[in-house]
Design a protein around this ligand. Structure first.
Ligand code: ADP
Ligand code: MG
Length: 347
């Protein structure tokens, strides 16, 4: 990613050990996502009672909502072990996946992150493995390749994706369980922060965690990251205690605004409002204007702006709403606002 973003979805290296320390290990430590966790609990208990491995599971949702955490929790609950972990982009050829699959023991969990980025050739190789626990492997060499059929131990595949829409139907249909993670409420984020503050041993005054939660874009990873930035600030500038005022000062320095938007979010809104007069604008055009990757905008920036109603997606492209104009302190250009579009369609 081009910028060093405080609320980037991609875990930054320096935070890694702390991230791991804050990651819940058991289902009962996980906060929020009630309906997903309940369905999972039932499915896991039933499979355990039958001494079976659980069917393949697809987890989708924006970055930082707990997909990797959940995959680890499921593996631990089902097998007492950590899952084998890989990711779509790192499996470039059949042999990469072959090596992983043939090493799986009965009941093991294989976690494929960013499964929407599996190359087609690897994806098709995965189908018989998922369905019938066998692979047809082509051994290169000689004049013609030789196909060898291997049978595999029964395993559970957990796939995670930020873009379920990019998965082929064939892939999606092979998952027995499909769960969509939603942005967290401020209440749930406050609970997550409370747990994290305890684990990190930071002192806080009442209202401080709520203030961080309200600026965390509905995302636990963001909440934990902001907590650490506020802790730094409190330590250096405010004798170690996080008060509401300390939170506000610390997050202002990080240029996180009252909605939790950072520079990148604001750059997106500025481009949409100023350069494209509020839209509709295509994502490619916006990415080019901002000098950002299209994927970053679609994965990390847009979902939350859509969630809070600052942006809507139309067939013609992205459009800023009057709330976005107001937040950015720009007067709506009257012919182009959503309210006008909505109003005109009434007549
Ligand atoms: N339900 C939850 N309860 C508590 N903490 C959570 C929860 N979901 C995520 N987290 C925290 O957020 C961090 C990011 O979650 P992660 O599983 O890496 O997200 P994803 O894989 O969806 O990008 C984790 O390290 C964990 O500390
Ligand atoms: Mg992840």
């Amino acid at each position: 990613m081009a910028r060093d973003r405080v609320i980037s979805s991609v875990s930054a290296e320096p935070d890694k050990p702390v991230d791991a320390a804050l990651r819940p290990e058991h289902l009962q430590d996980m906060i929020g996502q009630r309906s997903v966790l309940e369905k999972l609990h039932i499915a896991m208990s039933a499979a355990k009672q039958r001494h079976e491995s659980i069917e393949h599971i697809l987890l989708d949702g924006p970055p930082g909502l707990g997909k990797t955490t959940l995959a680890n929790v499921i593996a631990r609950e089902m097998t007492g072990k950590t899952p084998r972990i890989t990711s779509g982009p790192s499996l470039t050829k059949q042999a990469d996946l072959m090596a992983l699959l043939t090493n799986l023991e009965a009941g093991d969990v294989l976690f494929i992150d960013e499964i929407h980025r599996l190359p087609t050739i690897v994806e098709e190789f995965l189908y018989p493995a998922m369905e019938d626990f066998r692979v047809d492997f082509t051994i290169e060499g000689g004049l013609s390749g030789r196909v060898v059929n291997f049978s595999l131990n029964r395993f559970t595949l957990i796939g995670a994706t930020t873009r379920a829409g990019l998965l082929s139907n064939a892939m999606r249909d092979r998952f027995g369980h499909r769960y969509h993670l939603e942005f967290y409420s401020a209440d749930d984020l406050t609970k997550i922060l409370c747990r994290s503050a305890k684990l990190l041993g930071v002192a806080y005054a009442s209202g401080a965690l709520e203030a961080i939660a309200s600026r965390s874009r509905g995302t636990p990873r963001v909440a934990n990251r902001l907590l650490k930035r506020v802790r730094d600030y409190a330590q250096v500038r405010a004798d170690g205690v996080m008060t509401r005022a300390v939170v506000d000062e610390a997050l202002d320095i990080q240029q996180i605004d009252s909605f939790g938007l950072d520079e990148l979010d604001r750059a997106f809104l500025t481009a949409l409002i100023k350069v494209y007069k509020g839209g509709p604008a295509g994502i490619e055009a916006l990415a080019a204007t901002m000098g950002e990757e299209r994927d970053t905008l679609e994965d990390v920036v847009e979902p939350y702006l859509l969630q809070i109603g600052f942006v809507i997606r139309t067939r013609q492209g992205r459009q800023a709403t009057s709330e976005a104009y107001e937040h950015m302190g720009v007067k709506p250009n009257h012919e182009r606002t959503i309210d006008d579009v909505a109003e005109s369609s009434l007549f």
